[in-house]
Design a protein around this ligand. Structure first.
Ligand code: SF4
Length: 476
C-alpha cells in the first residue's frame, strides 16, 4: 500500500509527520510523491493563522476533488485539533481525523476505516479528544519508541528537528496555539537524548531544537530552566558526528545565565539563537501580554554577545497589532535598529478568532500593516547585509544541503548553510563551481562575498570533502 503525506506549517509539524511516516513504514506502507498513485492521502495541517487554515483547507479540498474510490483521505494536525468540525463541514470527503496528540494512532484509524466501521462514527471526535488526551499509557513517550526504532524520513540533508516539548503556558493575546496544543508538556530528558543519538546514527550532523517555547523546558515538572541540562546531556551523550545543536524558539525572559553559559562552553551548540520577540515597544508588548521590558532583551543580547562574539541572533516581529500607533511602530523600528539582529522575520497581525487580540479595539487596516511590514524589512536589509559582509574572509564550516546550477551556465553551484543559518528560514552559502559533495556533508568554505541574506564562498585547494581542517592550505 502506498501513502502520500503533505506536511504544512512549522518544524514541529514536520516532527509529527516523521512519526506518522515512521509508523506507516513499519507497517509496510511505501511513500509516493504522486497523490494519484496513493492508497492513503494524509495532510498534516496548520491552524496557527487564518491564512494557514485556508491553505490547509485548500490542500485537503484539492485532494478530495481528485480522490478515487479506494483512496482514504485523512486530515491531521493543528487545524484538526483547533476545529475538526469545520474541516469536515468544508471537506466532507475526509474519511478520518487525527488530533495533534493522536498522530501515533494513524494505523489504528486506517484499520477502523478499512474495517468499514462506517465513516460517520469516525468523524465524531473520538480520535480528536475535545480535552487534551493523556498520551496512551503503553508509550510514556510515543516519539521515543519510533525514533529508537527507525531513521527519520525527513533526515535527508543531515539536519533533523528535535522536538523537546509540546504545548505552551504563555498568555500571548494573539496566539491560538495554547487553545489546541494545550499546556506545556516537556518530553522526558532521557527520551530526547535517546532520540538525538538515534538521529545521529541515522546521519544527522545538525539537530535543531524546537518547541513552542524551548526555554520553558521542564517547568511542567517544577524544574524551570532545565534546558541547559538537556542541551549539555545531548552534547555529552552524542559522539563527534554531531556537529551542530541549534536552539530555536527562545522566549525573552527565559534566557538564563546558565543557558548562555552552556551555549558558550559546549562546542556542538551553534552560536545562534532564535528569540521571537514580536515587538519592541513596551505599550504594544503589554497589549500583546508579552514580557514588556525591552531592557531585559538588551541585557540578554549584551550577555549573549559578550559570551559568544560571533553569535547570530534571529527574531520575529508582528506589525500592525491592534492599537499600534505610529509612535509605537517607531518604537519597534528604533528597538530593532539599536539591537541590529542578524536575521529578522516579520508578520502582519492576523486577528485569530477566539483570541483576546481579535476583540481589541483600534484594529489596524491592511494597507497600514503592509506599509509597516515594508518599512521594517527595508530598515533590516542593510543591517543583514552589513552582518553578512563581516563574514567575508572567514573560513566557515557549511552543512551541504544540495547542488544547483548557475543560471545561464552549466557551472555547478553548491548550496549549504553555515552556523549562522537555520534550515528553511534563513539564508544560504553559495559555492559557485563546486559540486559532487553529498547533502549532509560538512565542509570548510572560504567566504569571499556577501548579499543581504546569503553568503558566497569558495573551496580552497585540496578541499573537497570530508572537511578535514588539517588538509587545508590556506590560500589567503
Ligand atoms: S509563546 Fe509562542 S506558542 Fe506560546 S502563546 Fe506565545 S506566541 Fe503562542
Amino acid at each position: 500500500m502506498k501513502y502520500h503525506l503533505i506536511t504544512l506549517g512549522c518544524p514541529k509539524n514536520k516532527v509529527d509527520s516523521d512519526g506518522i511516516e515512521t509508523l506507516l513504514r513499519t507497517a509496510d506502507y511505501r511513500v509516493t510523491d504522486s497523490a494519484r498513485d496513493a492508497d492513503v492521502l494524509i495532510v498534516n495541517t496548520c491552524g496557527f493563522l487564518e491564512a494557514a487554515k485556508e491553505e490547509s483547507i485548500g490542500v485537503l479540498d484539492e485532494l478530495a476533488r481528485r480522490k478515487r474510490k479506494h483512496q482514504v483521505l485523512i486530515a491531521a494536525g493543528c487545524l484538526v485539533q483547533r476545529n475538526g468540525a469545520e474541516v469536515l463541514r468544508r471537506v466532507p470527503k475526509v474519511d478520518g481525523l487525527l488530533g495533534t496528540r493522536r498522530w501515533m494512532d494513524v494505523l489504528e484509524l486506517l484499520g477502523m476505516i478499512r474495517g468499514g466501521n462506517g465513516r460517520r462514527r469516525l468523524q465524531q471526535y473520538d480520535l480528536l479528544g475535545d480535552a487534551p488526551q493523556p498520551v496512551p499509557a503503553l508509550l510514556d513517550d510515543p516519539v521515543h519508541a519510533f525514533a529508537a526504532a527507525t531513521p527519520r524520513p525527513s533526515l535527508v540533508t543531515g539536519s533533523a528537528y528535535l522536538k523537546i516539548s509540546d504545548g505552551c503556558n504563555a498568555p500571548c493575546a494573539f496566539c491560538t496555539i495554547p487553545s489546541f496544543k494545550g499546556k506545556l508538556r516537556s518530553r522526558p530528558l532521557d527520551a530526547i537524548v535517546d532520540e538525538a543519538r538515534a538521529l545521529v546514527d541515522a546521519g544527522a550532523r545538525e539537530l535543531v531544537i524546537v518547541a513552542q517555547d524551548s526555554t520553558d523546558y521542564g517547568r511542567d515538572w517544577g524544574e524551570p530552566n532545565s534546558l541547559p541540562r538537556l542541551l549539555a546531556a545531548i552534547c555529552n551523550h552524542t559522539d563527534e558526528r554531531l556537529r551542530w545543536v541549534r536552539l530555536m524558539y527562545a522566549y525573552p525572559g527565559h534566557v538564563s545565565d546558565e543557558l548562555i553559559e552552556v551555549m558558550a562552553s559546549q562546542p556542538k551548540i551553534t552560536p545562534y539563537l532564535d528569540m521571537p520577540l514580536q515587538h519592541g515597544d513596551p505599550r504594544t508588548l503589554r497589549r500583546m501580554r508579552r514580557p514588556s521590558r525591552p531592557e531585559t532583551v538588551f541585557e540578554h543580547v549584551e550577555k549573549l554577545r559578550r559570551a559568544m562574539p560571533d553569535i547570530a541572533l534571529r527574531t520575529t516581529f508582528i506589525v500592525g497589532y491592534p492599537g499600534e500607533t505610529e509612535e509605537e511602530f517607531q518604537g519597534l523600528l528604533d528597538f530593532a535598529r539599536a539591537i541590529e539582529f542578524d536575521k529578522v522575520g516579520a508578520f502582519t497581525f492576523s486577528a485569530e478568532p477566539g483570541t483576546p487580540a481579535a476583540a481589541l479595539p483600534d484594529q489596524v487596516d491592511d494597507d497600514m500593516k503592509q506599509a509597516r511590514y515594508a518599512r521594517l524589512m527595508e530598515q533590516q536589509q542593510p543591517i543583514s547585509l552589513r552582518k553578512n559582509q563581516a563574514q567575508v574572509g572567514r573560513m566557515l564550516e557549511i552543512l551541504v544541503e544540495g547542488e544547483g546550477e548557475i543560471e545561464g551556465s552549466r557551472e555547478p553551484l553548491l548550496l549549504g548553510r553555515s552556523y549562522r543559518d537555520a534550515p528553511e528560514i534563513d539564508g544560504l552559502v553559495l559555492v559557485p563551481g563546486a559540486g559532487g559533495v553529498a547533502a549532509g556533508e560538512i565542509i570548510q568554505v572560504h567566504i569571499n562575498g556577501a548579499m543581504e541574506y546569503d553568503l558566497v564562498g569558495e573551496l580552497l585547494r585540496g578541499e573537497i570533502f570530508p572537511s578535514n581542517r588539517a588538509a587545508i592550505e590556506f590560500a589567503v
